[in-house]
Ligand binder design. Structure first.
Ligand code: THU
Length: 130
C-alpha cells in the first residue's frame, strides 16, 4: 500500500477524534514490521487530565492485535507542519521501536516531515535498561 493511502487512512483516524475541549484532532496510523495497520485518535474527557493521545490509542490497538514492533507511525494534525508527538508519546513509541522506526508527520494535505524516533528522543530510556 502506498504512502498516499496511508495518509488517507491517517486522515480517517483523525476524523474520529473526540476533542470537544481542545478542538485539536490528532490521527495516528501505525504500520508494524509485519505490515499490519493500527489506527488511533485522541479521546478527551471532561476531567481534562484523563484524555488519551492518539498515539496511545493506536499503540493499545496494536498490542491488542498481538504485535509490538512499529515500523512506521504516521501522526496527523490540522497544522501545516504536521503532527508532532508530545514527549510522553515519544516514550510510548520508544517502547515498541528500533533504530529504523520512522515518525511521519502529516497534515491533511500530505506528508510534511519524517524523522527517526531515535532523533526525536535521543539517548532514551527503554526496556533494555531494566
Ligand atoms: N495530542 C495527541 O493526541 N498526541 C500528541 O502527541 C500531542 C497531543 C492530543 C492531546 C489532546 O487531546 C490534544 O492533542 C491537545 O493537546
Amino acid at each position: 500500500m502506498s504512502e498516499q493511502s496511508h495518509v488517507k487512512i491517517t486522515k480517517e483516524a483523525m476524523s474520529k477524534a473526540y476533542v470537544p475541549y481542545s478542538n485539536y484532532p490528532v490521527g495516528v496510523l501505525i504500520i508494524t514490521d509485519s505490515g499490519n495497520q493500527y489506527m488511533g485518535c485522541n479521546v478527551e474527557n471532561a476531567s481534562y487530565p484523563l484524555g488519551n493521545c492518539a498515539e496511545a490509542s493506536a499503540i493499545a490497538s496494536m498490542v491488542m492485535g498481538g504485535e509490538s514492533k512499529i515500523n512506521k507511525i504516521y501522526v496527523m494534525t490540522k497544522n501545516d507542519e504536521g503532527g508532532i508527538p508530545c514527549g510522553g508519546c515519544r516514550q510510548r513509541i520508544r517502547e515498541f521501536s528500533d533504530a529504523s522506526t520512522e515518525v511521519i508527520m502529516c497534515s491533511p494535505d500530505g506528508i510534511k516531515n519524517r524523522i527517526h524516533l531515535s532523533d526525536l528522543l535521543p539517548q532514551s530510556f527503554g526496556p533494555e535498561h531494566l
